[in-house]
Design a protein around this ligand. Sequence first.
Ligand code: BV8
Ligand code: ZN
Length: 248
Amino acid sequence: MALNNSRTLRDKILKARELILSSEYVVVLTGAGISAESGVPTFRGSDGIWRNYNAMELATPEAFNTNPKLVWEFYLWRRRLIASCNPNPAHYALVKLEQKVPFFTLITQNVDGLHHKAGSKNVLEIHGNLWRVRCTRCGRNEYDTKTEMDVPPRCDSCGGILRPDVVWFGETLSTDVLSEAINSLKKADILLIVGTSGVVEPAASFGMIARQDGAFVIEVNLEKTPRSGFYNLTITGKAGEVLPQIVG
Ligand code: BV8
Ligand code: ZN
């Protein structure tokens, strides 16, 4: 059985490699699982951060309005954790893939910034970025790399409270970023979905959108997800091991 599994896995990887490297337009959707081998905890896995914190308590506008200090302590804790994490072979494989195919879009649900750190260029951060802040009063938006600060921080221009520039539960995604992502899914020949549990909307429906518009959808995940049955090819394995074999 084990031999069969490894041969099946090898065959699936070779099939994915052949399809992806011969495609005109490749879109990749990543979730927390691609950063797991960098040491960034996933959301829903056994070591998941939502285990220690309740997302609905902290990653929501209501939580921030009620207790901005607590929500900022949660984000500072994540910044400190992520500051020492580096991209892993899966991130670097996607940098290489972007250079190998004519058209490429990387859609990420992650807010850790590791795709940029690895060198990916065309990245749509649909849930924002942990290293960016936005003023709740004047809308001023800027990056900062602080892991220690008085919270909640205040805007230099207007004194308004700054918030993490991420999309919380119950908040809509930026319409520009979302329509750019949807457009890329409609044009995609291949959609490669890596390391997401397929729970959070609207990203969870991206595989269906691409499939309905004729894309071949490949999923790479440690385990089957609720969406695996809708996809053309599912490869079970670690992103950091599978992606470098697909991209070469
Ligand atoms: C919205 C930023 C309009 C903050 C995050 C329709 C139906 C049902 C519910 C809704 C719906 N529309 C809206 C909702 C509500 C909500 C939602 O989806 N709730 C869920 C919980 C049901 N969605 C929203 O509110 C969205 N807004 O749609 O606006 C609207 C609004 C209200 C009402 C209607 C419409 C906004 C969602 C954005 C939330 N913000 N992050 C922050 O990070 O602090 S989401 C958060 O979850 C992260 O961004 C994360 O990326 C994302 C998804 O999680 P995953 O990435 O999938 O991570 P997870 O841990 O779950 O899975 C990891 C996977 O990796 C696992 O499968 C594991 O097996 C695998 N893995 C692990 N290691 C590896 C691996 N794979 C490969 N290799 C490995 N080594
Ligand atoms: Zn301001």
